[in-house]
Design a protein. Structure first.
Length: 398
């Protein structure tokens, strides 16, 4: 049976995968490009079946203890006046604020700490080349080290280089025409447990969210077709500052915070679209396989569930090809539902003209009426339960 597994990446998908592979009795090595465990990231949602996976790992409560404390989403005008409010207490786990709303870095750390003593972690390295044959996958790393594995599982996120190495040209990305910058700023007097969203004309929004650290998490969004991300954080900051220079509301304070931020995460949103997720001894998972983008609200949920299913299928059989096939059969319909983000969604959320912003505000006032709010969230929220979670039987000793 395949025993030696190399997992690449060190975030949500990789650490969940490592946990379940250990449960299945595999020897696990994790290679992460960053020089040390990657902190950072803003609020992400763990929804539906992903919560069941965390429960099976006995980590649900631990993750919940890191909740950001967000209680509502409010939409505000340039004076900070509330236009519409969606409260967690009224909408439950179905609403835009999920019941399990945590910082990405904290979720990844809980998962990492649950396995790091039993896994061979290698930071600051990446795969340079792989060849696989009937005996093994032969891997050469950037560090110069060469090793053999029975399986290589790629969980490197949306920009995965190993995916491009193995499945060259097969990703047909779906560009969402949205650019987002996430960063942390000092807490201001108006910041509370409510997340606050402001739309400025020109397809721009400023979103401020609470965290559990006494700071505020800011997201600047531009609905614009940018294809090449500026390389350095300095250039990324410059782009955001230029584009938001004339925005109202709390823009000046947010841009001051951006100047000093050390954790800017800049993302040109695009979905990963792959016709296949495996080849020989190699398989993709998480965002590397199917990134649905933050617009879907389900990326982290898919990463946790995908890791659970991939490890579970590999634990069931000696036949790698069969395991990969079953993994894909279970995950693909779920992923397709998750990726089904209408392209007009970002445009609707980011009007360009002043008239558009004013129409959007009227629409928000209407849909936030109590009866309509509940129906709307049922229709608009991610399909986080739309998969039957298999119940894998692991040996007690594993
Ligand atoms: C620092 C960071 C901040 C984020 N912030 C947000 C956020 O605020 N909001 C949001 O919705 N989503 C955010 N995301 C994305 C979110 O984590 C994912 O969409 C989702 O959780 C799926 O996780 P994943 O493990 O598949 O991919 P990711 O979380 O993207 O993790 C991929 C990991 O692979 C590593 N890696 C990349 N290339 C290689 C390579 N060649 N070899 C080895 N390792 C490699 C990366 O350093 C990273 O640790 C963030 C991701 C990161 C890495």
């Amino acid at each position: 049976m395949a025993k030696r597994v190399l997992v690449t990446g060190g975030s949500v998908a990789a650490n969940t995968l490592a946990w379940w592979l250990l449960r299945g009795g595999f020897d696990v090595t994790v290679v992460e490009k960053a020089a040390e465990f990657r902190e950072g990231g803003q609020s992400i949602d763990v929804r539906g079946v992903a919560r069941s996976v965390l429960r099976r790992m006995e980590l649900e409560e631990k993750v919940a203890a890191h909740g950001t404390g967000e209680t509502a989403w409010t939409f505000v005008d340039e004076h900070g006046k509330v236009i519409a409010k969606f409260e967690l207490s009224k909408l439950g786990a179905d609403g835009p604020t999920a019941e399990l709303e945590v910082l990405r870095g904290e979720l990844a750390r809980v998962l990492y700490e649950s396995v790091h003593e039993r896994v061979d972690y290698r930071f600051g390295d990446t795969i340079a080349a792989i060849e696989d044959d009937v005996h093994a996958a032969h891997v050469r790393f950037e560090s110069g080290r060469s090793e053999e594995y029975d399986l290589v599982l790629v969980a490197e996120g949306v920009g995965s280089l190993t995916r491009e190495l193995i499945f060259k040209g097969e990703n047909e990305p779906r560009w969402m025409e949205v650019t987002m910058g996430y960063f942390t700023i000092p807490k201001g007097p108006g910041d509370s447990t409510d997340a606050r969203w402001y739309n400025a004309p020109g397809g721009r929004s400023i979103f401020l969210r609470p965290d559990n650290k006494g700071t505020t998490r800011a997201v600047l969004t531009l609905q614009a077709p940018i294809r090449e991300a500026p390389e350095s954080a300095q250039e990324q900051k410059r782009l955001l500052k230029e584009r938001f220079a004339d925005a109202d509301w709390e823009a000046p304070r947010v841009l001051d915070g951006l100047e000093d931020a050390t954790d800017l995460y800049f993302d040109l949103l695009r979905q990963v679209r792959m016709k296949r997720w495996h080849k020989g001894r190699i398989a993709l998972t998480g965002d590397a396989a199917w990134c649905a983008t933050p617009l879907s609200g389900i990326g982290t949920t898919l990463a946790i569930v995908g890791a659970y299913v991939l490890a579970g299928e590999l634990s069931k059989t000696h036949d790698i090809a069969q395991a990969f096939k079953c993994y894909e059969n279970i995950m693909r319909p779920f992923v397709e539902k998750g990726q089904n983000v209408p392209k007009f969604g970002p445009r609707l959320m980011h009007p360009h003209s002043r008239l558009g912003v004013s129409f959007q505000r009227s629409a928000l006032r209407f849909v936030s009426k109590p009866g309509i709010q509940k129906v709307l969230t049922k229709v608009a929220m991610p399909p986080a339960d739309k998969v039957d979670l298999p119940d894998y039987q692991y040996r007690a000793s594993s």
